[in-house]
Structures are given as C-alpha cells and as structure tokens.
Design a protein around this ligand. Structure first.
Ligand code: ADP
Ligand code: MG
Ligand code: MG
Length: 355
C-alpha cells in the first residue's frame, strides 16, 4: 500500500507542515507501506516527489527549506506540471492520502472535498468536520449546543463593522472585560490574532483581523493555563492524557509556538484527576459536536480556580517530533509508529463505510 503525503501548502503553516511530514515519514512502517510525497508550494503548485521506500529517502536537510523540497521533488520527477498535477497521479489503486496540511486549504474541508471527489481514503476529519473545526464561529455555536463551557465572546462580520463600528465597540465593552482577544474566524497558528487592552487597540486589531477573514470573533481574555488533549478514532474515538503548555508569556505568536520552540510541554499536566477527566470528557464531546473522525487536538483554558473553558479544536494538529499531538499519545503509551498506523487504518475504515 502507498501513502501519499500531501504537505507544504499555501497557509502560514507551510514550514510546520514540512517538519510534520518529515517526522511522519521517519515513523512509517516501510515494511508495509511505500510513501509518495506530493509537495504543495507556497504558491499552490503541486509537485510530485520520488517514491520513497525507506525513511532516509526524505533527507534531513529538507526539513525546513521549502526551496530544497521543491527542487528535490522537481529533480527526481522532472515534471512540475503547473498549478495542479494530474488528479489521476494521486488517485492510484491502494493509496491512502495523508494530508498533513494546516490552516485554510488544508485543514478546512477543501482538500478533503477534493479527495472525496477522487474517491480516495484519507487521514483525518471529513469535509464538514474540517470546515466546522476551522471556523471559530461555527465551532463555538456547536460547542455551545453541546453544553461546553466557553469564554464570553461576540462575533460579527465586515459588513456590520463597517456600518456600525461604534455599536460593536460598545457591545464588546459592555459584555466583555479587557484584555480582549480579536481573531479572524478562519485561521490558525495565531495568525491575525491580537490581544488588546483598550478601545483604540480594539479598532486596530479588528481592522487587522479583517485582512484575513470577513468574520471576526472578539473574546474575553482570561488568565489561565492552556491544556490540550489528543483524540483518536472514528465512532469509537478515545482520548489521551491531558498535556499542559508551560507558558512564559500571555500570548504565543507563531514564531514562539513553532519556530523558537519556546513553549514547553508538561505531559501529563500536573492537575487534579477530577479536572483531567472533566477535560477529557469535554474533549470527546467537542470531537463529537463537530462530527470529527481520525484525529484532533482539543485545546482548553484552565483557571487557577479550577474552571475549564474549551478554546478550540484542531483537526490536523502539528505532527513534528516536538508537537503536542504525538507526544500526548506517547505519554498515554502509544508509540508514534503505532499511532500513524492507526490513523491509516482509521482512514481506510471510514472510506469503506462511506463508499
Ligand atoms: P489559533 O487557532 O490560531 O491557535 P487560538 O484561539 O488558539 O488560535 O489563539 C491562539 C493563542 O492565543 C492561544 O493559544 C492562547 O495563548 C491565546 N488566547 C486566545 N484566546 C484567548 C483568550 N480568550 N484568553 C486568553 N488567551 C487566549
Ligand atoms: Mg487553531
Ligand atoms: Mg490554538
């Protein structure tokens, strides 16, 4: 069986995707699978790489350089056929696609829809769950219906902002306490997100967020620890131990989170058992609320009073050797090799049921 790794991509999380792909290839059981890398450039060009039959065939030096990945794929295959490779090149017999892509056009249902049309099994959530998980407004609505506790927030769109900015500022300040977090509805990796402490910053932050999306969320900021849980499975999903981010600042931006590795993980989190099991229950409820399958990482805030709030669900979490998702499973007793194999089996099982 062949695993087609789709990685890179047009989102801000391009580099993390390459690191994740590299890590996954190192862990794949090459006695059972071969790997077909397909690299998506930042401009959206798909490039097919050489078929890999051993982990070292994905060279270490390609880990962080998209230019190197691009020329590696190009040289080996000799065909960079423009915007898209022929879909028939992906839709081969006995293929499972592993779309290790984050953010818009990767984690939001678009690539999943494309793979559905090709009738291919793929790792991770389906179309609707991916779209719902990526959209912070839709997911908040679903979480609310599932009875999950969330920080107070308001949501609005560009049209409302342009027609009555003052009213939206008054509504934010009337129902939420500073500091506030302003977020575009559809992004990840902290892109376009600001933490603000007064009205003038709020206006700037909304205008910034509107550059990334037409729809905006303004949330009450809370002083809290951040805890994360890994979920794995289809209808039979189960949860990992709870992990905690050891924070040195109030807000992590992309570089701090992913490039500088300044965020340490504590696995398992040092929290009381009853809190941990509540967090795990919420994680599973969130997973079901968006009808997720395959995998997800569910993120929470935990205050020092013991209050738990769900923050978000990520349907294709980072998968580098330092990432929370695989390390949560390691801390639960599941090796990366077995985890990756399980993800492939889950993809096949869902495909069989749906087709
Ligand atoms: P993304 O999908 O980009 O990861 P998040 O909603 O997780 O967006 O926000 C990014 C980070 O910002 C969080 O991990 C947390 O550190 C901080 N943050 C976001 N919302 C809040 C909030 N309401 N209160 C406190 N910190 C927050
Ligand atoms: Mg996210
Ligand atoms: Mg997040």
């Amino acid at each position: 069986m062949k695993i087609t790794m789709l990685y890179g991509g047009q989102s801000a999380e391009h580099d993390i995707s390459i690191l994740s792909a590299h890590n996954i290839v190192q862990q794949i059981m090459f006695d059972v699978y071969t790997v077909q890398p397909i690299y998506i450039t930042r401009q959206g060009k798909w490039i097919k790489g050489p078929l890999l039959e051993e982990p070292s065939a994905f060279p270490e030096q390609l880990r962080l350089s998209s230019a190197q990945v691009e020329s590696w794929c190009d040289n080996e295959k000799g065909s960079s056929t423009g915007i898209n490779i022929n879909p028939g090149d992906i839709a081969e017999e006995d293929t499972v696609v592993f779309p290790i892509l984050h953010g818009p056009n990767g984690e939001d249902g678009t690539i999943q829809g494309f793979l559905e049309i090709l009738n291919l099994p793929y790792v991770g959530a389906g179309v609707a769950a991916s779209a719902a998980g990526m959209d912070k407004i839709i997911s908040k609505n679903l979480f609310e219906r599932a009875g999950l506790p969330q920080v107070p927030y308001i949501a609005f769109d560009q049209r409302e902002w342009q027609s009555d900015k003052e009213d939206l500022i008054a509504r934010s300040e009337g129902s939420l306490l500073y500091p506030l977090f302003v977020k575009p509805a559809n992004l990840g990796s902290s892109v376009g997100i600001s933490r603000v402490t007064d009205s003038s910053e709020l206006v700037e932050a909304v205008e910034l967020a509107l550059q990334f999306d037409r729809r905006i969320v303004v949330e009450q900021g809370i002083r809290a620890e951040e805890c994360e849980v890994a979920v794995l499975g289809n209808d039979d999903a189960h949860v990992s131990v709870v992990g905690q981010l050891v924070k040195q600042s109030d807000f992590y931006n992309y570089d701090e989170k992913y490039i500088n590795n300044t965020v340490e993980m504590q696995i398992p989190a040092e929290i009381p058992d009853h809190i941990a099991s509540q967090v795990q229950d919420y994680a599973l409820a969130a997973y079901r609320a968006i009808d997720c399958s395959g995998l997800a990482r569910v993120d929470f805030f935990l205050t020092n009073k013991g209050d738990i709030y769900i923050n978000e669900i990520n349907t294709m979490p980072g998968f580098t050797q330092y990432s929370m998702y695989p390390n949560l499973w390691l801390g639960t007793g599941l090796s990366q090799r077995d985890l990756i194999d399980e993800l492939i089996q889950l993809a096949l099982r869902r495909h069989e049921r749906n087709s």
